[in-house]
Design a protein around this ligand. Structure first.
Ligand code: PEP
Length: 253
């Protein structure tokens, strides 16, 4: 049975003290009421918080993730943070290709492919984001958009490396908007993503692939979305900033 995951993307929110409190509160909720069997929990705090947060979480209960990484291994890249540096703080997974990185920081398919390669080389799991903007959804081309994103940044991987990837389908029109994709919309495109992976890597690898839904997911809608056969959990933004609410989402399976 493939792994189910609820991952929190804190984005550029909280200072270190507030981040430690949020992570500690979540730890306490998970001690009191653990995640269901086969459900993994991850949090992606800002870079500045990682070392301190790693001290207050139990890696058996919460996987530490990063929100981004550099596309180069090291060197004269002022302001960048490498996968190796992240690894040294205890990070086990990294979000790559979030729509905010694509839109505001102009990250293209080739750059994202380099980040994916570096993450895998450093034994880190990429949480690779894909998804269409509203105009593309209205034009009915969401499948083609997602297919291109996967082909250009992931499908160069060999079978073994691809097995480390987690995909997050995040329709851009649903991120931070309060407009959530319907469970059927999510299922339809998750199934399509899995079919693309099956065509490239075979049914076995596709069956094991964890595909998360992201976009205005909350405890009030998570259970219905997660009940769909090809939805294996969620990448949670706003609702991850409230430990009790995030914990309720973890319990939504
Ligand atoms: C995200 O940014 O990954 C996300 C899903 O945000 P939100 O849950 O706030 O829509």
């Amino acid at each position: 049975m493939r792994k189910r995951i609820v991952a929190g993307n804190w984005k550029m929110n909280t200072d270190v003290a507030a981040g430690i409190k949020l992570a500690s509160d979540l730890m306490q909720f998970l001690r009191d009421q653990p995640a269901p069997e086969n459900v993994g929990v991850a949090i992606a705090p800002p870079f500045t918080h990682l070392t301190e947060i790693n001290k207050v979480i139990d890696p058996a209960k919460i996987c530490l993730a990063a929100q981004n990484c550099a596309s180069e291994a090291n060197g004269a890249y002022t302001g960048e943070v490498s996968v190796g540096m992240l690894k040294a703080t205890g990070v086990m997974a990294v979000i790559i290709g979030h729509s905010e990185r694509r839109a505001y920081f102009k990250e293209d398919h080739a750059t994202l492919a380099k980040k994916v390669d570096l993450a895998i080389k450093n034994e880190m799991r990429p949480i690779f984001c894909c998804g269409e903007v509203l105009e593309e959804r209205n034009a009915g081309i969401q499948n083609q958009v997602v297919e291109k994103q996967l082909k250009e940044s992931l499908f160069h991987l060999d079978n073994e490396d691809f097995s480390r990837v987690i995909i997050a389908y995040e329709p851009v029109w649903a991120i931070g908007t309060g407009v959530v994709a319907s469970p059927d919309q999510a299922q339809e495109i998750h199934k399509y993503i899995r079919s693309l992976v099956a065509a490239r890597y075979g049914a076995g690898i596709a069956g094991e692939l964890t595909i998360l839904y992201g976009g205005s997911c909350k405890s009030s809608n998570a259970a219905e979305i997660f009940s769909k056969p090809d939805v294996d959990g969620g990448l949670i933004g706003g609702a991850a900033l409230d430990a009790a609410e995030f914990h309720r989402i973890v319990l939504s399976f």
